[in-house]
Design a protein around this ligand. Structure first.
Ligand SMILES: Cc1cc2nc3c(=O)[nH]c(=O)nc-3n(C[C@H](O)[C@H](O)[C@H](O)COP(=O)(O)OP(=O)(O)OC[C@H]3O[C@@H](n4cnc5c(N)ncnc54)[C@H](O)[C@@H]3O)c2cc1C
Length: 507
């Protein structure tokens, strides 16, 4: 009936499970969003949950760095942020897509205020290091976007006009397409791309005799030769399903979502409790953990393990061999961010940039401008947000070297850095204790041969987390996975057939 469109699929928030947990003991490993959402839902059903969390805080990767936040990377000293009160940056999640129903559902249910996150801003820059005539210059996104769109549509319109396009279109259809191309690219009556207000002004329009002065388009060949059409600069934000506006963020930092769960779960939460052994037993599970007092053993009926796989792969266990193999095989990426505090919001005051992202082809990859406290005095920029090889290289540096790099490269775009920078803190997630990676990255091979092993319980142990979904790198993945496992476990415990409608959409 679903396939025929006769039945509407259940929305993600339809989660009315029947039956009671009758006090069965569930031990949940990890107080990230997956662990806490599992505990929250299971508690509603009458289960007796205990959450073991290795860190001194909840939230896992859902973490906003503010004054006093402490950060731990392997082979490095613990660092403490000393940003000004009220300032923060999201070291992990910073954006909630409007189509992530479950993330928004929990914000609503738990009373977490949200605000619009400005992910797309035509005033930000493209900056290509290189040897082209447009290299090493900052160019507004609107200039590149409109010029490239204009030239491409001009070429297509000419091709259509000349009848060079091998397509079965009628003359009228072809005419419609040409009209569309002219509108899309802002072409003139001769179907040529020329300067227009779309790409901005060199002198803004004003009162009286000030009509404004349009800026001239860049040359297509120069754009290409300067690397500005390379993959580093693909205009992904508006096209990618999850990154399309409207996007949201939690007011005051994304970890307000984690803190809202924590408030509901305090009595069952053990912080600073590092799990060191996970064992299936004949009638349940036995978990060993260490805290400040010593080593403890905890027995339960079931366990839900949300520990990220690169960490789990080094924890003692008696998993079955296909589960162990999956834990070892599935890869996570390298990724890092640095928060840079400035004593003046020069990007707003001097450059009219309010939120959004500048793109580079150097180690920085991206600079994120804050989507909160507009027009206030100070602010924190995310000075880089990089991935894979670039994140790996930057992750090898000391904290001071990372700061130097962010400032040195950032100054090429914003010379104001020199006079306004105050302090920083950087996070390399693949070096961060208890995470050891940004998020799970599947190949078709690991998706086919490793992923399925973790979707089923191994004896009395269930697995949940961002990594067990097709929503990798999203909080929604943690929530969807938690609900899926809660439904499975509850179904087994109540011997009823209750399945969770899994979300299958992915852009
Ligand atoms: C840089 C970055 C950017 C992101 N951007 C976005 C975004 O914009 N929007 C979005 O929706 N999502 C984003 N995400 C993804 C989102 O943060 C994750 O999908 C989600 O937070 C994962 O939750 P989880 O519960 O599955 O895992 P985690 O948050 O990793 O939770 C696992 C928990 O297990 C604990 N643990 C580990 N080892 C042990 C142990 N031995 N004993 C006990 N506990 C242990 C950890 O401390 C942690 O608390 C981003 C992630 C990163 C890293």
């Amino acid at each position: 009936m679903l396939a025929l469109g006769l039945l509407k699929s259940a929305p993600a928030h339809a989660f009315n499970l029947e039956g009671k947990g009758k006090g069965k003991k569930i031990i949940i490993l990890g107080a990230g969003l997956a662990g806490m959402a599992s505990a929250y839902e299971l508690t509603k059903l009458g289960y007796d949950c205990t959450i073991l969390e290795a860190r001194e805080r909840t939230g896992g990767r859902c973490w906003s760095i503010k004054n006093g936040s402490r950060h731990n990377e392997v082979n490095k000293q613990t660092v403490t942020a000393n940003f000004d009160e009220g300032l923060y940056f999201n070291a992990g999640p910073s954006r909630i897509p409007h189509n992530h129903e479950l993330t928004l559902h929990y914000c609503k249910e738990l009373g977490v205020p949200i605000q619009v996150y400005n992910n797309v801003n035509e005033s930000t820059y493209y900056f290509a290091e290189g040897k082209g005539s447009l290299s090493n210059k900052k160019i507004r996104a609107r200039e590149i976007h409109n010029d490239v769109r204009g030239y491409m549509t001009e070429m297509l319109a000419k091709t259509m006009d000349n009848g060079e396009l091998d397509s079965p279109l009628t003359k009228e259809d072809s005419q419609k397409i040409v009209e569309y191309l002219m509108a899309e690219g802002g072409l003139d009556a001769d179907k040529l791309y020329k300067a227009s207000a779309r790409r901005g002004y060199i002198e803004a329009p004003g009162a009286g005799d000030k009509p404004g002065k349009l800026s001239d388009p860049l040359k297509l060949a120069e754009i290409i030769q300067s690397g500005l059409l390379d993959p580093d600069f693909y205009n992904v934000a508006e096209y990618t399903y999850e990154l399309q506006m409207t996007m949201f963020q939690a007011v005051g930092g994304m970890d307000k979502i984690a803190q809202a769960f924590e408030k509901k779960l305090t009595p069952m939460l053990k912080l600073n409790a590092e799990v060191s052994n996970i064992q299936n037993t004949a009638d349940g599970v036995k978990i060993t953990y260490k805290d400040k007092v010593g080593t403890h053993e905890l027995s339960g009926d079931f366990c839900i393990c949300t520990i990220p796989l690169p960490v789990l792969s080094n924890i003692k266990n008696n998993f079955s061999s296909n589960v162990s193999r999956a834990v070892d095989y599935i890869n996570y990426n390298e990724t890092g961010k640095i928060g840079l505090q400035f004593n003046r919001r020069f990007w707003e005051e001097d450059e009219h940039i309010y939120g959004g992202i500048t793109h580079t082809n150097n180690e920085l990859t991206q600079i994120f401008y804050p989507s909160y406290d507009y027009l206030s005095k100070k602010g924190i920029l995310i000075g880089y947000y990089n991935f894979n090889e670039k994140a790996k290289q930057v992750g090898e540096l000391s904290y001071a070297e990372r700061e130097q790099l962010a400032l040195y490269k950032g100054k090429l775009i914003h010379p104001q850095y020199d006079k306004t920078f105050e302090k920083s803190l950087s996070v390399s997630w693949h070096k961060t204790k208890y995470s050891m990676g940004g998020w799970a990255v599947y190949t078709s091979e690991t998706r086919k041969n490793a992923y399925p092993a973790l979707l089923k319980p191994d004896g009395n142990i269930y697995f949940a987390g961002e990594h067990l979904t097709y929503l990798n790198a999203w909080m929604a993945g943690a929530f969807e996975s938690a609900r899926s496992v809660v439904a499975d476990l509850h179904s087994r415990n109540t011997e009823s057939r209750q399945t969770y409608p899994t979300q299958t959409t992915k852009g």
